[in-house]
Ligand binder design. Sequence first.
Ligand code: PMP
Length: 430
Amino acid sequence: MGSLSASYFERAQEVIPGGVNSPVRAFKSVGGSPLFIQSAKGAYLKDVDGKEYIDLIGSWGPMLFGQAHPSIENAVREALSNGFSFGAPSYNEVLIAEKIVSMIPSIEKVRLVNSGTEATMAAIRLARAYTNRDKIIKFEGCYHGHGDSFLIAAGSGVATLGTPDSPGVTVSTAKDTLTAIYNDLASLELLFKANPNSISAVILEPVVGNMGLVIPEPGFIEGIQQLCQTHGSLLIFDEVMTGFRLSSSGYQGLTQIQPDLTTLGKIIGGGLPVGAYGGKAEIMNMIAPAGPVYQAGTLSGNPLATTAGLAMLNLITNHPEVYQALNQKGEFLAEGIRQQLKDLQIDGFVNQIGSMFTLFFTNIAVKNFSDAKTSDTAKFGVYFREMLNQGVYLPPSQFESWFLSAALDQSHLDHILKASRIALEKTLGA
Ligand code: PMP
């Protein structure tokens, strides 16, 4: 008898393009048929066939404290009784904005939207308006959502599907997006030199999750900021993934670098749909109705989403120790898997920072998108499917980060390592 997941997927394909509402969920690059999830709690996802999995996707980032944390669940239940959407200002919007401003020093004013994609689209519109310049620079393999301007040499699901440029993005849009190589300042400098006075902003994931996890080398981000300052361009940190994940003030909390604008998402919604962009007041004051740059949203500042987000940010401020604990879990897994690779003499490379993690099936250190693309994605598929078989749900692509949560205890970590050993052995025969 087939599984319920398989039968739902068949039905889904009849009525939803590819059977999913976001491409990477379809398991295209790893093989097999996607699992349909029934419920999620703590460290676990449960599928519609009743099997439980340790969750290393964490909804692609939001679930810092694990699935359905009681504080967030209770806050949302309580908020429900007051209605679902007002289309008018509500006090929660003030509270969450004040909270974000207090937690991220570079943000003086913030605007809420409904997704990371909306946040990045608005941020570059604002940067273009503020600088009166058209072009942006992004880095190959960074993913900033599915806005037209970003679907150029993009990572995440775009890399997974091997469609670096999407049909439907016009040539005239694409020509305003220049791409540099991550961890290669010279490539950025060349673009600035070749395009004098025309770069509005440089946008990047300061720690990249979307080519798999890639970490900036010492001096790289500082060098970007310097080039931006020299050339009068804004620096935009896309912290949709890293915001509140790497520290209570994101990647920027780990360094003293303050970008001009920051985009946020994922964790600030606690699992409900929220994005945000913010930065210097002087720049943010250009947004309507304070200024002429238009940006709006029917559901923006939604009371349930802001309730979940506030509960999440309160959890973070009440538990500042969470980051050190997550980093210990991350290091434990990274060291464990590195040792397994060594013991089994398998070509693999592990990048880890805090609760973000990727095992690349390659024999080189992964520092940029070209390095990531040397990975053996077929081997990753074998590894992924065996991990699933062993009850561990990884992101279904080589070019994604695993997300650890505070709900993982030592027994979960031991289970993951045990499963990994078996899955790595499987790749040997593949
Ligand atoms: N920026 C980054 C760094 C992301 O990782 C993502 C999504 N994974 C986005 C933007 C887009 O966010 P969303 O999927 O919420 O539109």
